[in-house]
Design a protein around this ligand. Structure first.
Ligand code: CS2
Length: 496
């Protein structure tokens, strides 16, 4: 079996869309930190659209800050990969060519820093997930006790964290009197640009105030709202696509392919230090203020996602589309969007918010996407603050509806206890997994004690929420119900 590469392009089946420009003319202008499936289906897709429709030469150097697997998938195939859009209407295949190389941070950190410091690099973008910011989610401050930050402050010549890489590369530019770059956060955090700027400046300040001052006045940190549902690629996906790419009956293997939904959205604050691709020509919304878009998306989409992930997983559903086949869950999601989340949102003029909510429910119901509840359930300690807890604080302040927010928090506590309703272990993937498990174990059989212990973790809940009696009581009631009659039955009783 052959492998997708530059030579196979011209022979691929006619219904596979190909790069329409000469890849040899690309000049890397972007280094992306964290080249996972999301980047390949989102920012690289938009840059590809600019290249296809309007030319230019913006190439992307991808990098992984953890494992070499994406490099091993992409480099042997000239960094080409297939983007597969799936919905009930079928499947659309496109080969993306915008990525020119892929580096692995841990293998040679100095090489990645040097690449980021090259004058042709104008943007360093990142998708490193919430926990990659090494900040305290409740306060937004750099977590100086984070092992990666401790390491990087001592060894900035070989950083391990995204923050360390950014600071190290900016430092070389500062020392060489070069221009700064734009640092473009593409993670699901409210005000992600501000969050990133804060941790980068706090880190740089520890090196020298003059350097931190230079970053502040020269680098820019636009905030962005990113949206596209991109489940992790599976071996079944790779096998299916092999056949779809076959040349003269011989399958073509693509190890780097990604699957996504047709929908995508990107809203970007337009403040770039040294230029950018003409993304506005291909549907990206360049605006002065992203916050309202980010709030709408995080609360309606991601808040619903996390709530469905914990309750759905515990009810025995593997995929989000299966959860959406249950009338009680549909009603739960509708109510949450109208009430708990919806009441805290004022959409900008012209934004059809009801249509947006319906479209979200349709997207969740896309059966062609195998989006695992377990995947979304990951890293809840990093996600809950912006997905549910900020909404909760607003609702508490106005004495408003908090029921489904408490249900979501209770389901998360039930999930991080680490044992499902059949007594099987749950593989909880979360940087605080041990601490959360210990808090639950110390209160076995005592839902009220579990809630107090978990909500007492200030890194997640701040110091205020433990004192909110209505929140603690409602969350405890849900957790009691979950333990006495099961999660699915509790939801059916309340929402069917
Ligand atoms: C999901 C998101 O995994 C998760 O936590 O909620 O990745 C979600 O699919 C994206 O934000 C959609 O844009």
């Amino acid at each position: 079996m052959s492998r997708l590469n530059n030579n196979s392009l011209s022979q691929l089946p006619k219904d596979v869309a190909l790069p329409k420009y000469d890849r040899a003319h690309l000049v890397p202008g972007i280094v992306h930190l964290g080249i996972g499936a999301f980047h390949r289906a989102h920012q690289a897709f938009y840059t590809e659209a600019v290249l296809n429709q309007f030319g230019g030469d913006w190439g992307i150097i991808g990098s992984s800050l953890r494992s070499p697997s994406v490099r091993d998938q992409l480099v042997p195939q000239d960094c080409l990969y297939t983007l597969v859009e799936r919905s009930g209407d079928g499947e659309k295949l496109q080969i993306i060519g915008a990525v020119t190389d892929t580096l692995v941070g841990p293998e040679n950190p100095a090489a990645l820093v040097a690449t980021m410091a090259q004058p042709n690099i104008k943007i360093v973008s990142l998708t490193v997930t919430e926990k990659g910011y090494c900040h305290d989610p409740a306060s937004g401050n750099l977590n100086e006790n984070h092992p990666d930050i401790i390491h990087d402050l001592q060894h900035l010549d070989k950083p391990v964290s995204a923050i360390g890489f950014i600071v190290a590369a900016l430092k070389q530019r500062f020392e060489n009197n070069q221009k700064a770059f734009t640092v473009l956060s593409c993670d699901n955090l409210p005000n992600n640009g501000e969050v990133l700027e804060k941790v980068v400046l706090q880190f740089a300040q520890k090196i020298s105030p003059a350097f931190a001052g230079w970053i502040k006045s020269n680098a820019t940190f636009p905030s962005t709202m990113i949206d596209r549902i991109v489940p992790a690629t599976t071996d079944d996906d790779r096998r299916d696509i092999e056949a779809r790419l076959s040349i003269n009956g011989e399958p073509v293997r693509d190890e780097g392919m990604v699957v996504c939904e047709p929908f995508s959205q990107w809203v970007v604050e337009d403040k770039f230090a040294d230029g950018r691709p003409a993304w506005e020509k291909v549907g990206v919304l360049l605006v002065d203020d992203v916050r309202v878009f980010e709030k709408i998306k995080l609360r309606l989409l991601n808040g619903a996602h996390s709530t469905m992930a914990y309750t759905g997983y515990l009810s025995g559903f593997q995929y989000i589309s299966e959860v959406m086949e249950q009338p009680a869950f549909v009603n739960l999601v509708k109510t949450y969007m109208a009430r708990e989340a919806g009441e805290t949102i004022s959409a900008p003029a012209g934004f059809a918010i009801e249509a947006y909510k319906q479209q979200l429910r349709d997207r969740f119901s896309n059966k062609a996407l195998k989006h695992r509840t377990w995947q979304i359930a990951m890293d809840g300690s990093q996600k809950l603050p912006q997905r549910l807890l900020e909404t909760l604080r607003e609702q508490l302040a106005g004495n408003g509806n908090i029921d489904i927010l408490c249900l979501g928090v209770a389901a998360w506590i039930r999930y991080v206890s680490g044992v499902d309703e059949q007594g099987n272990a749950i593989e909880v993937s979360d940087p605080l997994a041990k601490e959360l498990r210990a808090a639950c174990d110390a209160n076995q059989g005592n839902p009220a004690g579990m809630v107090k212990a978990v909500v007492g973790i200030q890194k997640v809940f701040g110091s205020d929420l433990i004192n909110e009696a209505r929140f603690v009581a409602t969350t405890t009631q849900w957790l009691e119900r979950f333990y006495s009659k099961g999660v699915f039955n509790s939801i059916k009783d309340a929402f069917q």
